[in-house]
Design a protein around this ligand. Structure first.
Ligand SMILES: Cc1ncc(COP(=O)(O)O)c(C=O)c1O
Length: 349
């Protein structure tokens, strides 16, 4: 996109801000092992976490940037991708003035965050086969539309969005296109990360909560142009990713083979489960999935949901979501868990 200037999208109050400089930021280029730190009112006795964490999370970013073939200043980390998404609202959307576009049925936090930030959420339903309706989306855009959220693979439907649709939005929308790739590692499709240089209005979020098996540490990632990341750095809380999270993330990121083995086995389990689900009589539709969950349509979602709870199995009832009447979302578990799920589905059927 020609003449794209991120400054035209940044909130007025953020434009003039400088990043908060924390005590640790100021001395990052020194040989810290040789220094005495009496600057941050910490307890001096070592226990592994008595010091504030690296506010820039340099080690984690270096690994991620290397693995993704990006520059470290194209990466921003947050307390889960939920925090990263919230920062996007705070950086670019003027409360009570700007709006964003989301495509239900989709991940609920986009709407929640719009609400929290007093930003209008223009909902443009996906089509019956859960694809973005490009014309309607572009018709909904006005001068105050700052972001369009695309979740691909989409939660709760499981499918990815057509490449042509994404490209059309990237080329025609003058605001930011945020692609939430929380489930990308389970998909055969490549990430949109490779397109960051092509589209200055592209933002990609990912997370260590799904394929990387670290939901408990809360680490979300934003990849974008250097200019966009610089804006987000101005407003992020100084110590938003704690020391234990940074350590665990580094350990896990070093174990690429183990992560891939787990992803592979989840995908194998998913395909096994899909086969058996087709034999259950009360399931009328199994939606195609590229994620670690599958959406199914049943005769009576509330009834089936409660029956599974009675058997000690918790799934997600999505029946109240638009286009999702009588649907249930099943996360792929271990082989043993999936076997128990299948037996329960057959028993209640
Ligand atoms: C599409 C999508 N994006 C983001 C998230 C949140 O990820 P995190 O755990 O990094 O906050 C989820 C969690 O379910 C999700 O489904």
């Amino acid at each position: 996109m020609e003449n794209f200037d991120i400054n035209n999208l940044v909130r007025e109050n953020v434009k003039t801000m400088k990043p908060y400089s924390s005590a640790r930021d100021e001395f990052k280029d020194f040989d810290v092992a040789q220094m005495i730190f009496l600057d941050a009112n910490e307890n001096p006795y070592q226990n592994g976490v008595n010091r504030y964490p690296d506010p820039q999370q340099s080690s984690v970013k270096a690994v991620l940037a290397k693995q993704r073939n990006l520059k470290t200043n194209q990466v921003l980390l947050g307390n889960g991708s939920d925090e990263v998404l919230d920062l996007l609202f705070r950086a670019f959307c003027e409360p009570k003035v700007d709006n964003v576009i989301t495509l239900p049925p989709t991940y609920g936090m986009y709407g929640v965050l719009a609400n929290i930030n007093a930003v209008e959420n223009r909902e443009v339903l996906l089509s019956q086969d859960f694809q973005p309706q490009i014309e309607s989306i572009l018709e909904s855009v006005d001068a105050n539309t700052k972001m369009i959220f695309l979740c691909s693979p989409n939660n709760p439907t499981g499918n990815s969005f057509a490449d042509e649709s994404v490209v059309t939005l990237l080329q025609n929308f003058k605001g930011l296109v945020v692609i939430d790739e929380a489930y990308i590692d389970f998909s055969k499709k490549p990430s949109w990360l490779n397109e960051l240089d092509e589209y200055p209005n592209l933002i990609i979020t990912q997370t260590l909560s799904k394929a990387y098996g670290l939901a408990g540490i809360r680490l979300g990632i934003c990849y974008a142009s250097v200019a966009i990341i610089a804006v987000l750095n101005k407003i992020k809380p100084p110590y938003n990713v704690n020391e234990l999270t940074q350590q665990r993330a580094l350990e896990r990121l070093a174990d690429k083979e183990k992560i891939q083995l787990e992803i592979d086995s989840i995908v194998i389990q998913r395909d096994e489960l899909l086969k058996v689900l087709s034999e259950v009589k009360f399931i009328s539709k199994i939606y195609p999935t590229e994620a670690n969950f599958v959406l199914i349509k049943v005769d009576d979602a509330n009834k089936r949901y409660n029956e599974l709870i009675q058997k000690g199995i918790v799934i997600r009832n999505r029946t109240t979501q638009p286009l999702c009447e009588n649907t249930l979302r099943l996360t792929i578990g271990t082989a043993d868990e999936n076997k128990i799920l299948m037996e329960a589905l057959k028993a209640i059927g």
